[in-house]
Design a protein around this ligand. Structure first.
Ligand SMILES: [Zn+2]
Length: 1424
C-alpha cells in the first residue's frame, strides 16, 4: 500500500486519506455510483496516525477517536493481538452491495471461515469493526462427517481498541480438529470518510488463507475482485440482483482482498493477463498505463525468475482514491495516477504497487513491526525497476539522494524510531507506514544491500527469498539468510554476515557520521587517515572541492549530491570550517545534474540559516541558482527530459527564493524546523556525533568567490552603429547532416567613436576566423589581430584590430560561420512531425525572443541597434523558405546539388530580435487581406478557418485606430509544432500550431491579437532597452484586450482586463519581493526573468495600460497613441516618450487633469506594489455633505497590513453613490497624493463605492457602516453596480478580510453576495479569491460547505437561466464551465483540508507554465 504517497500528497489530511483507503468512494451526482472495497488490515486503516499528521488538519471524528484510544490504552494495554489458538485456512465470502442512495449504500453478507483449532479453547476471537452480526444465525460446525454444531453462548464486541468480536462457546474446541464458522452480517452507510470492515476475519498479515468471493449487485453494474469471474447467476429474489462467482485465490493475507462494483471498462494491454480498469469516460486516457503495466510486470518476472502467480492483474483507477493499494490481482490507484488528462500515468506508483505483488503479497511481513520488508523493499524495487523502464530519469539515483536525505532528516531527530518498530498498542501500527522511516529509509537499506552484494548477488538472493517463502510470512532473518547464502554461493568474501552488517541499521535508530582525518603520517608511501564514525578535515574537504571544480565528470552524481548534502548539514552543526562551508553553494553554479540539484534545493537553506548575514547569503544563492538556470537553458546539448525537469526545478527554486517565503517564511520556517530539533534534543547534538575539531591550524583555502569574477559588462559599447546586414544562411535540415547550418553575414556599420576593437554578439557560432574580412568604404582591407569569445556571460565576440577605426567612417565586416540547429525553440531550431504518408517530416524556424538572434548570425543584438536586413536562405529544393519580407527570386545553389537559395527583399529598419526564417513543407492559405496569409504545413490547411477570418479584421481594426498602416508588404502567420505561445517577428509571426489551426478550425483570438498588436507596439516602436519591456509587452497586452473586443463584440474584453489582468497584477504586487514595472536588468539572466515576467510585465503592465486608457478616455488616448507611433516609428523609446505623447493629447482634448500623465502614471511604473485606499465616513457633515477621510498605504500580504513601506502614489479618486450612480464617469473627483485627505460626498444614507469600473490600480477598504451599505445594495437583486465593480468589491473584500482588515461580520457576508451573481467576470474574480474566505474561517469545513452551496446554486441558476434569457452564448457557456470546474474542485475528496493549498498549487502551476513559455524566448504569455 502506498500510504506514504497519501501523506506526501495530502499532508494536512493524512488521517482522512487513510480512512478513505478502506472502503468506499461514492460518486454522487452522476449517473454511476461505484464502490470499491479494499480490505486493508483494520489496524492500518481504521486508526488515525497522530504522529505523522502535521498541523491541525485532523478531522473532528478522528480527534474523537484518538481520545477514545488513549483511554482504551490505559485499561486494555497490549491485548490486541489475536490469540492464535485457531488458524484460518479458507474464507467463503458472499457480499451484496447496495450501490444505491435509496438503500443508503448498505451491504450485507455471509462469511464462512474454515479454521483449525491448534489449542483447545472455548472462545473464538476474530476481528470485526462496526459490522452488525445476525447472531441468531451464526453457526459453528465441526468439519468432519458428523458436521456437529458447537453451541454458542454469546457474542461480545469491542470496537474501540482491538476491534474484536469474541464468540463464547458452550463447549471447548478440540485441538487438531477442523471447524467452519459462518457469520451473517450487515454494514451500514459506507461513507468515504469512515472505515468499516467488510467481513469479520482474522485480520493479521501472518494469518494467510485462500478466499472464494461472491459479489451480489444490481444488473447496472459489474463486479471485479482479486480473481477472474467463473460464472454469474441472476437471483430471482431479490430481483435484478446478479451474483458473480470468482475463482479461489492463492494463499494470501486478508488485507489484500478487494472488491469493486461499478460501471467500469477493462482496457487491454499487450500482456493478456493485465488490464487498466477505469470508468468508461476515461478509457482513452490510459495510454501510458497500458504501456507501463506489461513493462513493469515483465521486468519483475524476468529479473526475479518468479512468475506472477495469479491468472490476471487489473490496475483500477478510482476517483477520490488516494495513492495506491496493492490488492492481489486488483491494484487500486487514484484515477489520476493511471489516466491523466494527457494520457500519462505515474510510473513510480505503478512500479511500486506491482512490485508489491512479490514483496508484500507473495512474501508478507509476519507482523507490522517488520513492515519494511513489505514497504522498504518495495520502495527499493520501485526505483530499481522504474529506471529500467524509463531511462530518461535517474530513478535509482533519486533513491540514493532525495530519498536518502529525507530518511536522514528523519533519523537526525532524537525521536527517530528504528526501522523494526515497536508495536505496543494498535495505533503504533501507523508507524509501520511512516514515509520517511519505512519507505525511504527502508528503500535505502535495500540500496545499501544492493551495493554491498552487487546486483547479481542481490537478485539471486531475492529469488531464493521468494522461492523459499512464497505464500508465507517472514521476519527479517528470512531475508538476511537468503541474501547471505547467495553471497556465499557467489564467493563474496564479506568479513561479516549480511545480518551482522545490516541488522544494526534496521534495529537501531539514527545514522552514523563518519569522520575522515588525514593524519599527515605516511606508511609504505600511502597516507594514513583516521576514520571515525563522512566528515573530513579542512584540507581534505578543500581537496575534494578543488577536484570537483577541476574534474566534475569523474564524480558520480550521487556522490556529488552526497558531498553537497553532507557538507551543508555538517556546516549547520558547526562541524566544518566556515571557509569550507562557503564553498558548497558555489559548486552548484555550473552543476547540471538533476539529482544533485534536487539534493541542493532541499539543503541550501542551511547555508542561509548559517550565514552571519542571511540576506547577503540569500542573494548569493539566488545568483547561483539563476546562473545555473541560465547555463542549462543556454546549453546547446539536446534538451533531455532530465534537463527540462532540472529547468523546472531551478525555476521553481528561483521563484521560491524570490517569493515572500524567501525573506520571511522561507528562512524562518526552516529556522523553526531547526529550532524545534534543537529544542527536542536532550543533549548537545554535537556530542552525539562525537566529533573532534581538527586542532591543526590550517591555511585558509585559497577561496575565490567565483561570482566576483563575473563581469558586469554585458551591454554593447556604442562606438560603432550598424545600419544594414546581408545574412546568407544555408540550412541542412536533415538528420544525416546533423541539422547544421552555415552562413556569411556582412554587417555595414559606422564608427561614431574611434576604437581598436569591434564587440558584437555571437553565441556558440563557430567563426572561420581566417576569412573574416573588415573593409573600409574604399574597399581597403583592415588587419585583424585576434578574436576572443565570451560564451558564458555576455555572449560577445570581440574582434581586436591592428589599427583603430576612425570616427565617422563606414565599414563592412564579413564573418563566415557555422552552427548547429537547436532541437528546442531557441535560435535556429528544427522540429518534426509525421506527414500524411507516415514519413517523418522536418521543418525549421527561428525563435529569437530577446537574445537568441546572436545564435543564428553574429550581430549587435540589442533592441536599440536597429538596421535593415537582406536575407537569403539556402535549403533543399523539396522545402520552401519564408522570411520577414517577400521572396524576390529562387536560384539553384552553386555548390550543393538539390539545394536552392531563396532571396528576400530588404526589410525596413528593425531590431535584430524580430528577424525570422521558416523552412519546411508549408502552404500559404490566403485571407481576405491580400497581404496576409496563414502559413501551415500542407496537412492542416483545412483547419485555419478562424485564423483566416480573424487576421484581416484584427489588422484593419488596428490600422483604423493607430492611423499608421502596417508598413510591410506582407504578413504571414505561421503555425509551428512544438512552439510555445507566439513570437511577433516582423512580417512573419510564429505561433504554436494549435493557436491558429486547432481541430475544429478554431484559433486563439487573444493570441493573434497580441502578436499583431506587436507590429506597432514593439516592432514599429521598440523599447530602448529591456528595462522598459512593458512598453512592448504591457502595452501590447492592453491593445490585445482593446482590439479583441472590437473583433469579437460578443465578449466584453475590457471587463476581462479589469478582472484578470488587474488581479493577477495586484496579487503579484502584494508581495514584498515585487519588482517595479520598470525592472532592473543587472545581468543577462534578468532579461528573461524580469523583463518577461508574466504577472508583472504582461498582466500588471496591461492593467496600467488600462488605467491610462480610462483616465484619458478612448478619444484622447488613441490620439496620444497615434502621435506616439508616428513620432517614434522605426525608432526606440523610453516611457517618457509615451507619457509625453499622451499628455499632449490630454491637453489638446481639454481634459483638465491637475497633473501630467507622467506625474500620475510613472509612480505606478517605477514603484513596486499596489496601494490600498481606505475610505472612512467620519460622521461629520459639511454643507449637508458627509465628510470622508481617504488614506493610502501599500498593501502587502501581511496580517493587518503591518509593515514599514511608506510608498505613496498619486491616486485618481472616482466614486459613485446611490443618488449619483454614474459608474461610467471616470473623470477624477479628487487626487490622493498624500497619505491621507478628506473628501465630501453628497447623500446621507447613500452607499458610496470608489474606483468606478476599476479604472484605478488600487484596492479599497471602507469603515464597517459603509461596507454594510455596499453589501446591502449588492444583495439587492436590482443593484446598479457594473460587473467590474462587483468583482472588485468581492475580490478586495476577500483579500482584506484574509489580512484582518475588515470587520468579521462584514467578511461573513461576502460569499453570500455571490448568490445572485450571473456575470462571468464576477465569477472569474470570485473563483480566484474564494479560498481566502475558507482560509480565514474558524471552521474551515463549514465555510467550505457554505461556499459549495453558493456555487451549486449559482450553477443551477445559470443553467436554468439559459432557457429564459438571451445571454451571449460564449460567455454563458464559459460561466457554466467555470462553475462546474470550480464545483468539482470544491468537491474533490480532500477539498476540506487541501482546497487552500491546492488552490495555491494551481496558481503556482500557472505561473510555472508562464515562466516556461517565457524562458523559451516567447515574447508572448499564456492566453487561455
Ligand atoms: Zn508579446
Amino acid at each position: 500500500m502506498d500510504c506514504q504517497r497519501v501523506l506526501e500528497r495530502f499532508p494536512e489530511n493524512a488521517t482522512a486519506g487513510r480512512w478513505a483507503l478502506l472502503p468506499t468512494i461514492l460518486r454522487m451526482g452522476s449517473r454511476t455510483h461505484w464502490q470499491s472495497i479494499s480490505l486493508t488490515p483494520l489496524p492500518l486503516c481504521s486508526i488515525p496516525m497522530p504522529k505523522t499528521v502535521k498541523g491541525t488538519g485532523i478531522m473532528h471524528f478522528a480527534k474523537a477517536l484518538i481520545g477514545a484510544l488513549l483511554i482504551a490504552v490505559s485499561t486494555n494495554a497490549q491485548n490486541f493481538r489475536l490469540p492464535l489458538n485457531v488458524i484460518p485456512s479458507h474464507y467463503d465470502i458472499e457480499v451484496q452491495v447496495k450501490l444505491d442512495p435509496a438503500e443508503d449504500f448498505t451491504f450485507s453478507g455471509i462469511v464462512s471461515i474454515n479454521f483449525t483449532c491448534v489449542e483447545a479453547t472455548d472462545t473464538v476471537v476474530i476481528h470485526n469493526y462496526n459490522l452488525t452480526v445476525d447472531e441468531a444465525n451464526v453457526v459453528l460446525q465441526a468439519r468432519d462427517e458428523s458436521g456437529t454444531s458447537v453451541g454458542i453462548d454469546r457474542h461480545e464486541y469491542e470496537w474501540d481498541y482491538a476491534k474484536f468480536q469474541t464468540i463464547f462457546l458452550t463447549e471447548s474446541l478440540v485441538a487438531g480438529h477442523d471447524y467452519r464458522l459462518t457469520i451473517p452480517y450487515s454494514g451500514t452507510h459506507l461513507e468515504p470518510t469512515s472505515s468499516r470492515a467488510l467481513y469479520p476475519c482474522f485480520d493479521e498479515p501472518g494469518l494467510k488463507a485462500t478466499f472464494s468471493i461472491t459479489v451480489g449487485h444490481t444488473n447496472k453494474y459489474q463486479a471485479f475482485t482479486n480473481m477472474p469471474l467463473t460464472s454469474s447467476a441472476v437471483d430471482p429474489d431479490p430481483p435484478n440482483i446478479i451474483w458473480d462467482y470468482h475463482e479461489t485465490t492463492v494463499v494470501m493475507s486478508p488485507y489484500l482482498v478487494a472488491i469493486i462494483v461499478g460501471d467500469f471498462t477493462r482496457v487491454p494491454t499487450s500482456d493478456p493477463r493485465q488490464f487498466i480498469l477505469v470508468r468508461d469516460e476515461v478509457t482513452n486516457l490510459t495510454g501510458d498505463a497500458a504501456v507501463f503495466a506489461p513493462a513493469i510486470l515483465n521486468e519483475m518476472e524476468t529479473r526475479l525468475s518468479t512468475p506472477f502467480p495469479l491468472p490476471k492483474l487489473d490496475h483500477a483507477g478510482l476517483v477520490g482514491f488516494s495513492g495506491g493499494m496493492e490488492n492481489y490481482g486488483l491494484i487500486f490507484y487514484n484515477e489520476d495516477e493511471v489516466a491523466r488528462s494527457d494520457g500519462s500515468a505515474s510510473l513510480t506508483l505503478m512500479a511500486h504497487e506491482t512490485s508489491h505483488m512479490w514483496t508484500g503479497n507473495l512474501v508478507t511481513c509476519q507482523w507490522w513491526d517488520v513492515a519494511w520488508l513489505n514497504e522498504g523493499m518495495t520502495h527499493f524495487f520501485t526505483y530499481f525497476i522504474a529506471e529500467k523502464i524509463d531511462r530518461k530519469f535517474p530513478y535509482f539515483d533519486k533513491l540514493g539522494t532525495e530519498m536518502m536525505d529525507k530518511a536522514m532528516g528523519y533519523d537526525f531527530k532524537p525521536s527517530a524510531l528504528p526501522m523494526v518498530i515497536p508495536i505496543i498498542q494498535p495505533n503504533d501500527i501507523s508507524n509501520a507506514f511512516g514515509g520517511d522511516l519505512i519507505y525511504k529509509r527502508g528503500g535505502n537499506i535495500g540500496r545499501m544491500m544492493y551495493y554491498l552484494l552487487g546486483e547479481e548477488v542481490l537478485i539471486e538472493g531475492m529469488k531464493n527469498y521468494f522461492a523459499d517463502n512464497q505464500f508465507k510470512s517472514v521476519t527479517e532473518e528470512h531475508l538476511f539468510t537468503a541474501l547471505n547464502n547467495a553471497a556465499e554461493a557467489a564467493g563474496l568474501e564479506l568479513e561479516y554476515s549480511v545480518s551482522e552488517l545490516i541488522s544494526p541499521f534496521t534495529n537501531q535508530a539514527g545514522y552514523p557520521l563518519v569522520n575522515v582525518t588525514n593524519t599527515g603520517v605516511k606508511e609504505d608511501g600511502k597516507s594514513v587517515y583516521k576514520v571515525s564514525q563522512v566528515n573530513y578535515d579542512t584540507v581534505t574537504w578543500n581537496k575534494i572541492l578543488d577536484a570537483l571544480k577541476v574534474s566534475r565528470k569523474t564524480f558520480p552524481n550521487t556522490n556529488v549530491a552526497a558531498i553537497i548534502s553532507d557538507g551543508l548539514q555538517l556546516c549547520r552543526l558547526n562541524l566544518v570550517d566556515p571557509d569550507v562551508c562557503k564553498r558548497f553553494p558555489e559548486k552548484l553554479r555550473n552543476e547540471r545534474s538533476l539529482i544533485v540539484w534536487l539534493t541542493a534545493a532541499k539543503n541550501l537553506h542551511t547555508a542561509i540559516a548559517n550565514a552571519a548575514d542571511t540576506t547577503a547569503e540569500l542573494t548569493r544563492i539566488k545568483k547561483i541558482v539563476k546562473k545555473a538556470e541560465f547555463n542549462v537553458m543556454r546549453s546547446r546539448e539536446v534538451m533531455t527530459p532530465e534537463h527540462e525537469s532540472l529547468l523546472d526545478l531551478l525555476r521553481n527554486f528561483s521563484k521560491h527564493l524570490e517569493g515572500p517565503n524567501a525573506t520571511r517564511s522561507y528562512i524562518s520556517s526552516h529556522e523553526a524546523f531547526w529550532d524545534k530539533i534543537f529544542e527536542d534534543k536532550e543533549q548537545d547534538l554535537k556530542m552525539q556525533f562525537s566529533h573532534h575539531k581538527i586542532g591543526t591550524v590550517l591555511e585558509t583555502a585559497a577561496y575565490r568567490e567565483e561570482s566576483e569574477t563575473i563581469s558586469q559588462e554585458f551591454r554593447l559599447p556604442t562606438k560603432i552603429i550598424p545600419s544594414h546586414y546581408d545574412v546568407d544562411i544555408v540550412a541542412k535540415l536533415d538528420p544525416d547532416e546533423n541539422f547544421t547550418f552555415f552562413g556569411t553575414v556582412d554587417i555595414f556599420f559606422t564608427c561614431v567613436e574611434a576604437t581598436d576593437s569591434i564587440i558584437l554578439h555571437n553565441w556558440l557560432l563557430l567563426v572561420d576566423e581566417a576569412n573574416v574580412l573588415l573593409q573600409d568604404q574604399s574597399g581597403n582591407l583592415l588587419n585583424i589581430d585576434h578574436h576572443e569569445y565570451d560564451w558564458d556571460y555576455a555572449e560577445f565576440q570581440k574582434i581586436f584590430l591592428v589599427d583603430p577605426l576612425e570616427l565617422g567612417n563606414n565599414y563592412k565586416l564579413t564573418i563566415p560561420y557555422a552552427g548547429n540547429m537547436s532541437s528546442v525553440p531557441s535560435g535556429l531550431w528544427y522540429g518534426s512531425y509525421v506527414g500524411d504518408q507516415g514519413s517523418v517530416e522536418y521543418f525549421a524556424g527561428t525563435q529569437h525572443g530577446t537574445v537568441s538572434t546572436r545564435a543564428v548570425f553574429p550581430c549587435f543584438d540589442e533592441p536599440a541597434f536597429k538596421a535593415t536586413f537582406r536575407i537569403s536562405v539556402g535549403h533543399h529544393s523539396k522545402y520552401s523558405a519564408f522570411s520577414n519580407m517577400p521572396l524576390v527570386e529562387t536560384i539553384p545553389h552553386p555548390d550543393l546539388s538539390d539545394y536552392v537559395t531563396d532571396y528576400f527583399e530588404i526589410s525596413p529598419v528593425m531590431s535584430t530580435y524580430i528577424v525570422a526564417i521558416v523552412i519546411g513543407d508549408y502552404t500559404r492559405v490566403p485571407t481576405d487581406d491580400p497581404k496576409q496569409f496563414v502559413l501551415v504545413r500542407d496537412e492542416i490547411t483545412g483547419l485555419t478557418g478562424d485564423a483566416v477570418n480573424y487576421v484581416p479584421d484584427i489588422l484593419r481594426e488596428m490600422e483604423a485606430r493607430f492611423l499608421i498602416p502596417y508598413p510591410l508588404p506582407k504578413l504571414d502567420h505561421a503555425g509551428l509544432i512544438g512552439f510555445g505561445g507566439g513570437m511577433e517577428n516582423y512580417g512573419l509571426i510564429l505561433y504554436v500550431e494549435d493557436g491558429i489551426a486547432s481541430e475544429e478550425g478554431k484559433a486563439n483570438l487573444e493570441l493573434l491579437t497580441h502578436e499583431i498588436a506587436h507590429m506597432w507596439a514593439g516592432n514599429l516602436v521598440t523599447c530602448e532597452w529591456w528595462d522598459v519591456s512593458w512598453l512592448n509587452e504591457g502595452m501590447t497586452e492592453f491593445f490585445t484586450f482593446l482590439i479583441a473586443g472590437f473583433v469579437d463584440t460578443t465578449y466584453p474584453y475590457m471587463d476581462l482586463l479589469a478582472t484578470r489582468l488587474m488581479e493577477v497584477g495586484m496579487d503579484y504586487d502584494s508581495d514584498s519581493s515585487a519588482l517595479p514595472l520598470v525592472v532592473p536588468i543587472n545581468e543577462p539572466a534578468d532579461i528573461d526573468q524580469n523583463a518577461f515576467n508574466g504577472p508583472l510585465i504582461y498582466y500588471r503592465g496591461g492593467a496600467i495600460g488600462g488605467v491610462i486608457y480610462q483616465l484619458l478616455g478612448d478619444q484622447a488616448f488613441l490620439a496620444g497613441i497615434q502621435t506616439y507611433f508616428a513620432q517614434h516609428m522605426f525608432q526606440t523609446v523610453r516611457e517618457e516618450d509615451l507619457f509625453l505623447a499622451l499628455n499632449t493629447a490630454a491637453e489638446e482634448a481639454g481634459l483638465g487633469l491637475e497633473y501630467s500623465v507622467a506625474d500620475l502614471i510613472s509612480p505606478f511604473t517605477n514603484q513596486a506594489g499596489v496601494p490600498l485606499v481606505t475610505v472612512t465616513n467620519t460622521g461629520v457633515k459639511e454643507n449637508g455633505k458627509s465628510v470622508y477621510t481617504v488614506s493610502q498605504r501599500r498593501l502587502l500580504n501581511v496580517m493587518n497590513n503591518e509593515h514599514n513601506d511608506d510608498t505613496l502614489w498619486p491616486i485618481v479618486l472616482t466614486w459613485a453613490t446611490s443618488s449619483a450612480p454614474d459608474f461610467e464617469d471616470k473623470t477624477p473627483k479628487a487626487y490622493l497624493t498624500e497619505a491621507s485627505m478628506t473628501v465630501t460626498i453628497a447623500g446621507d444614507d447613500d452607499w458610496v463605492l470608489f474606483n468606478n469600473k476599476r479604472s484605478g490600480y488600487y484596492r479599497v477598504n471602507y469603515d464597517t457602516v459603509t461596507w454594510t451599505k455596499i453589501l446591502d445594495a449588492l444583495e439587492n437583486a436590482g443593484n446598479p453596480f457594473p460587473d467590474t465593480n462587483i468583482a472588485a468589491v468581492i475580490s478586495d473584500a476577500l483579500e482584506l478580510c484574509l489580512l484582518g482588515l475588515v470587520d468579521p461580520d462584514v467578511c461573513d457576508r461576502i460569499p453570500n453576495t455571490l448568490g445572485n451573481q450571473t456575470s462571468l467576470f464576477v465569477w472569474i474574480s470570485a473563483v480566484r479569491n474564494l479560498h481566502k474566505s475558507i482560509a480565514r474561517a474558524a471552521d474551515e469545513v463549514a465555510e467550505l460547505n457554505r461556499i459549495k452551496e453558493i456555487v451549486n446554486r449559482a450553477e443551477f441558476d445559470t443553467s436554468m437561466r439559459t432557457r429564459k434569457e438571451s445571454m451571449p452564448d460564449d460567455q454563458h457557456k464559459k460561466l457554466l464551465n467555470l462553475l462546474k470546474d470550480f464545483k468539482h474542485h470544491l468537491e474533490g475528496s480532500n477539498a476540506a483540508n487541501t482546497f487552500i493549498s491546492l488552490d495555491e498549487e494551481l496558481r503556482n502551476k500557472r505561473l510555472q507554465q508562464q515562466q516556461k513559455d517565457m524562458i523559451r524566448r516567447i515574447s508572448h504569455d499564456e492566453h487561455s
